[in-house]
Write a protein that binds this ligand. Structure first.
Ligand code: FMN
Length: 340
């Protein structure tokens, strides 16, 4: 059982609680500096011994497109006015892909696993990760992506179905969403390395289903958002375990890439996608001052509310207990398949 890395929602407490329950604790590196990530890893290790994974984004950074950025700022202009927030002069890119400084963080932490989203880093950086002794795992949303990752030597592949909360990890040929039930067995047939199922897995039933499909394990995100150890915002937490949790959708208007979550006020007004949206991760930079202003008043009008289709199944139990439950289901499923 791997705790899904969840930028903005996971952290030291959640990772430590999952490791204490026998799972793999992941720390998301996409939105923190490498030096903060090193500190977080030390804080987890001060609490608990067990497998730790560091996670990074590997998106392509495209050159700045001033015209497109200005069109996006124009679209947001009424919101800057309404919130009394100054319109930024230019759009800051924000999140950085895995780079040499992040590789140094890996070399200093020496985690058991390094996981990547949106492909893999350039070969010299990947070689440094391997030389640190870490197993390398990465997300595939299609069979073609899984084959590509296996050919680059990934030690395991996370097959991420479209049920999954947060960003879809697609990186080849545009986003063609496939559900977990269809994706996992096809990926298993296509590659020789272990396949971890992700997307919509929230309780013992779905763990058993994933293992019955042949998965070597599961990576679970949304179900952990409801745990007291997560950093999920009240706006997300209020919807978990309730019928309001059924409303997740793919949204690209907040970051420039499809991510599953609940629509906030901005998304309700401009739509989940928009032709003026610049490329990942630039939209978020322009939204940041609006988000900060609203969050000061306790409003989530501009905040990403990432969560997956299993949100109504999420229960507010401790992350250690949840991990033990999911792990017991996985082990029982493995014993069953050994006996068969
Ligand atoms: C709030 C949230 C944030 C996420 N952030 C990341 C991330 O930083 N890196 C990553 O590889 N995956 C991220 N994901 C995707 C997860 O790795 C995983 O694919 C997904 O949570 C599995 O589906 P589930 O949410 O239905 O359990 C995120 C998911 C959520 C719900």
């Amino acid at each position: 059982v791997i705790l899904a890395p969840m930028a903005g929602a996971g952290g030291v407490e959640l990772a430590a609680a999952v490791i204490a329950g026998g799972g793999v604790g992941s720390l998301p590196g996409a939105m923190v500096s490498p030096s903060d990530l090193v500190e977080q890893a030390a804080a987890v290790r001060a609490r608990v011994h067990g497998p730790l994974a560091l996670n990074f984004f590997c998106h392509e950074t495209l050159p700045e497109d001033g015209e497109r950025d200005q069109a996006w700022l124009d679209l947001l202009q009424p919101f800057y006015l309404a919130e009394g927030v100054a319109r930024p002069e230019r759009v800051e890119a924000g999140r950085r892909p895995f780079d040499a400084t992040a590789a140094e963080a890996v070399e200093s932490v020496r985690p058991a696993i390094v996981s990547f989203h949106f492909g893999l880093p350039p070969a010299p950086l990947l070689a440094r990760v391997r030389a640190s002794g870490a197993l390398v795992i990465a997300t595939a949303t299609t069979v073609a992506e899984a084959e590509w990752l296996a050919a680059q030597g990934c030690d395991a592949i996370v097959a991420q179905g479209f049920e999954a909360g947060g960003h879809a990890g697609w990186f080849l040929d545009g986003h063609r969403p496939v559900g977990t039930m269809a994706l996992v067995p096809q990926v298993i047939d296509a590659v020789r390395v272990p396949v971890l199922a992700a997307g919509g897995i929230a309780d013992a039933r779905s763990v058993r289903a994933a293992m019955a499909l042949g998965a070597a394990g599961v990576q679970v995100g949304t179900a952990y958002l409801a745990c007291p150890e997560s950093l999920a915002s009240p706006a997300v937490r209020d919807r978990l375990g309730t019928p309001a949790g059924r409303d997740s959708m793919f949204i690209s208007a907040l970051t420039g890439r499809a991510a599953r979550g609940f629509p906030n006020r901005l998304v309700a007004e401009i739509g989940p996608t928009h032709p003026a949206v610049p490329t990942f991760p630039r939209p978020a930079g322009a939204i940041a001052p609006l988000r900060a202003r609203a969050e000061r008043d306790g409003r989530a009008d501009y905040s990403p509310l990432w969560a997956g289709q299993a949100a109504p199944l999420a229960r507010p139990i401790g992350a250690t207990t949840l991990t033990e439950q999911l792990g017991a289901a996985a082990l029982a499923a493995m014993e069953l398949s050994d006996a068969a």
